[in-house]
Ligand binder design. Structure first.
Ligand code: 4NP
Length: 164
């Protein structure tokens, strides 16, 4: 596998679910010694939180599993559909937004719901928005994101002619 592979995680605000997915995916890549083969980022369909750090509850649930979240919220840009090979939406609303956006701007990025790769998820499964709930919601989200990221990596490696 020689070509660098780029992966973008997208939610609504880019402060809870997608920074968590970005951090978990980076962590999995690190464990597998594959970090230098990938470009990983996250973004939000909305712009309300642009420039903010990840939500402290997301940071705490990641930190308890040894994962550090970094970066600041940004909004999805037209170039993202050309820059990224894979774009993973957290829920159906994010996915519909991205599909409409891509129809308008073009680009080759492959769009999926992240939980299509969750062994406990499947077609149509969503990562629920934990923003208005308590810390338990973030733990639940962490678990499904971690399961999904592991199988997502297997899928990408298979599609790109490599195994982990
Ligand atoms: P996220 O969570 O999409 O997982 O980052 C949310 C963050 C902020 C809001 C909604 C969801 N909000 O309404 O401000």
């Amino acid at each position: 596998m020689s070509k660098e592979i780029s992966v973008l995680f997208v939610c609504l605000g880019n402060i809870c679910r997608s920074p968590l997915a970005e951090g978990v995916f980076r962590h999995v890549l690190d464990e597998e010694g594959l970090s230098d083969r990938f470009q990983v980022d996250s973004a939000g369909t909305g712009g309300w939180h642009v420039g903010e750090s990840p939500d402290h509850r997301a940071m705490r649930s990641a930190a308890t599993r040894g994962v550090t979240l970094s970066g600041h919220a940004r909004q999805v840009q037209p170039e993202d559909f050309k820059r990224f090979d894979y774009i993973l939406a957290m829920d159906q609303s994010n996915l519909s937004h991205l599909e409409r956006f891509r129809d308008g701007v073009g680009g080759e990025a492959a769009l999926y719901l992240l939980r299509e790769f969750d062994p406990e998820g499947g077609p149509g499964a969503e990562v629920p928005d934990p923003y208005y709930g308590g810390p338990d919601g973030f733990e639940h989200v962490y678990d499904m994101v971690e399961r999904s990221c592991r199988d997502l990596l297997d899928h990408i490696l298979e599609e790109n002619g490599s195994t982990s």
